[in-house]
Design a protein around this ligand. Structure first.
Ligand code: SDX
Length: 392
């Protein structure tokens, strides 16, 4: 079977069959395993949702308790990983640190027992347990401090904020952070998940799968946009500058960060929830200085670009929530990665169930049958350009 039409970015091309999540981009619907994102945000927790995504159904009370217990047990990092992290430059981006650490886990655990459910479970638990510890440890180490050890009496979200800020978080802050993780946990075949699936399809180990997905998430067109949004709001600086900033972007055809989506042509349902979470935090802890600018920008973009289906995506309001939780701007994308690890692992597992290596094709546009020219007979590009100038 051959498809001859080339669709840049594989737009609209199905690359798998999946029962993990569903998006209706025209109506702004997102479901994980059939459950609406709104209900999961309201009633579930990140770990319960991760279980749902990875094992396909909501856990019983005992199953959830066991899963949470295993994750608590595996939160600590091996001292060799911590030693490796000490060698990282403090100025390096935390996403690069995380990618290196995720890949390094593969050094410690036996490889490729991919048909063994115990191996699968251990890998899921280790990655979900250790990735937040890695992110928090890098933050501590680059400030010259020792990493804060995880606390077994704190839940997943509260423990991460504790390791990051060295103090127990306010319960509302911890609950809101947990909801953020649920909102970011999965989103069909986005770029990083596709990257995870391609890597998984070679039957490599799950640490390599997650490391490749982390590298893909980092870019500003994908997960890295949450960091860029705050830099953009900083640059805009005041409500009065919003229109001029937007004019400039439209004129230069540059992208407004946190807006637009391949699938959503309305406001991303996660952005709606994140905006309301930001407002809940502002009510208790005071408003963020950039919030009014963000709302004004959303309004201005809707007026100017709404007809093109450009609305806030998940990355637009998440940073305003994270700032209130005391999370530094360059950790926003690593926080996205903590959450998305659940989705990547769900797709890894699904890929293994019916695996065939990804090997698409191309439409070749280069020359053919070119005779090899000895180096002494070749002109340099500069010589060729000079010749073109001389000969006109
Ligand atoms: C995530 O895929 C997922 O599910 C991802 C994600 C997940 O949970 O995994 O939802 C997370 O990655 C969110 C997206 C974060 N990225 C950004 O916020 C960066 C800014 N947004 C864009 O660059 C863009 O909208 C993308 C990358 C998100 C989508 O790119 P597409 O589908 O390839 O769209 P495109 O760039 O081809 O744009 C189509 C049109 C163009 O106009 P025309 O040339 O047709 O006239 O829409 C315009 C674009 O110029 N457009 C924008 C815009 N996004 C699209 N114009 C201004 N600002 C924008 N942000």
């Amino acid at each position: 079977m051959t498809f001859c039409e080339y669709r840049p970015g594989l737009e609209g091309i199905p690359v798998t069959q999946s029962s993990i999540s569903f998006v209706d981009g025209q109506r702004g619907i997102l479901e994980y395993r059939g459950y609406s994102i709104e209900e999961l945000a309201q009633y579930s927790t990140f770990l319960e949702t991760s279980y749902l995504l990875i094992w396909g159904s909501l856990p019983s009370k005992d199953e959830l308790a066991e899963f949470e217990h295993e994750i608590r047990y595996h939160r600590r990092l091996k001292y060799r990983i911590r030693d490796m992290m000490k060698c990282f430059p403090e100025s390096g981006h935390p996403m690069d640190a995380l990618q290196a650490c995720a890949a390094a886990l593969g050094l410690f655990y036996s490889r490729r027992a991919l048909d063994n459910p115990v191996y699968i479970r251990d890998a899921v638990v280790r990655l979900l347990a250790k990735i937040p510890t890695m992110v928090a440890a890098f933050q501590m180490m680059r400030k010259g401090n020792d990493p804060v050890q995880p606390r077994d009496d704190l839940n997943y979200a509260a423990n991460f904020l504790y390791m990051l800020n060295e103090r127990e978080p306010d319960p509302l802050a911890a609950r809101i952070f947990d909801i953020c993780l649920t909102l970011h946990a999965e989103h069909t075949i986005n770029a990083s998940t596709f990257s995870a699936m391609v890597t998984a399809s070679t039957l490599t180990d799950p640490y390599g799968v997650v490391a490749s997905a982390v590298g893909t998430l980092a870019g500003p067109l994908h997960g890295g946009a949450n960091e860029e949004v705050i830099l953009m709001l900083e640059e805009i600086g005041s409500i009065e500058n919003v229109e001029a900033y937007l004019d400039d972007c439209i004129q230069k055809k540059s992208k407004i960060m946190g807006f637009g989506h391949r699938v959503y042509k309305v406001k991303d349902p996660r952005a709606i929830i994140l905006q309301s979470l930001a407002e809940q935090l502002f009510e208790k802890f005071g408003k963020d200085e950039y919030y009014d600018i963000a709302v004004a920008l959303e309004h201005a973009v809707e007026v100017r670009l709404g007809t093109k289906g450009i609305y806030p995506n998940v990355d637009f309001y998440s940073g305003l929530v994270y700032r209130k939780l005391g999370i530094p701007t360059d950790l926003f994308t690593p926080v996205f990665a903590i959450a998305r690890t659940a989705g990547w692992l769900a797709h890894w597992k699904e890929q293994l169930n019916e695996n065939r290596i990804f090997r698409p094709t191309q439409i070749y546009t280069g020359s053919r049958g070119t005779p090899y020219e000895p180096i002494e007979k070749r002109d340099s590009v500069e010589d060729q350009e000079l010749m073109e100038l001389v000969t006109g």
